[in-house]
Design a protein around this ligand. Structure first.
Ligand SMILES: *[C@@H]1O[C@H](CO)[C@@H](O)[C@H](O)[C@H]1NC(C)=O
Length: 164
């Protein structure tokens, strides 16, 4: 099963290489790029969204300060509310509320599985072992859909998930 693990690491490396390239291109052409911390506050007295739905910005000393929602809470700002709300009240496309991890048999030996924590994934190292929960590097999000498998930038995650 070590081979499977190495293949997956290869996929991770591949996806991060691809996303690094995209990031470099975007940051020169798109001033609204949110992958890097914004320089200026969008609002002085109100929080605003980050690309990672578990986080938001507040303005402190005239600088944006990235802040985490409590575990299981996600930031929403729309016409009716602004703040961290529990996963079950979120747009289901933006959370992994009903995700459960399957046993280490069959396809689960070859492919990592999504976790309720968006930045994590479950990996099977051998048949019938207990799955191990790992975290994507560089605050990336785990994606397993439409041929995408691995850790990707939040912009890619949001686009694939339809989470806006
Ligand atoms: C604001 O977001 C909440 C949570 O996703 C949702 O239930 C509500 O309908 C939204 N309100 C508007 C006006 O979009």
């Amino acid at each position: 099963m070590l081979k499977v693990f190495l293949i997956f690491l290869g996929l991770l490396a591949l996806s991060s290489a691809t996303t690094l390239y995209t990031e470099a291109e975007e940051s020169t052409s798109d001033p609204t790029d949110t992958t890097t911390a914004p320089e200026a506050c969008l609002y002085e007295r109100q929080p605003w969204a980050s690309v990672n739905p578990s986080q938001y910005y507040i303005c402190a000393d005239n600088k944006p300060k990235l802040t985490n929602c409590n575990e299981g809470y996600y930031f929403v700002r729309n016409a009716t509310l602004s703040g961290c709300i529990p996963a079950k009240k979120m747009n289901p496309n933006c959370v992994n509320l009903d995700v459960t991890v399957g046993p280490c048999t069959g396809i689960n030996l070859k492919q990592p599985q999504a976790s309720q924590v968006l930045t994590n994934f479950w990996l099977c190292t051998e048949e019938n072992a207990a799955p191990v929960e790992l975290t994507c590097v560089d605050d990336k999000a785990f994606v397993k859909q439409e041929g995408y498998l691995g850790c990707f930038d939040w912009e890619v995650w949001r686009a694939l998930r339809g989470c806006n």
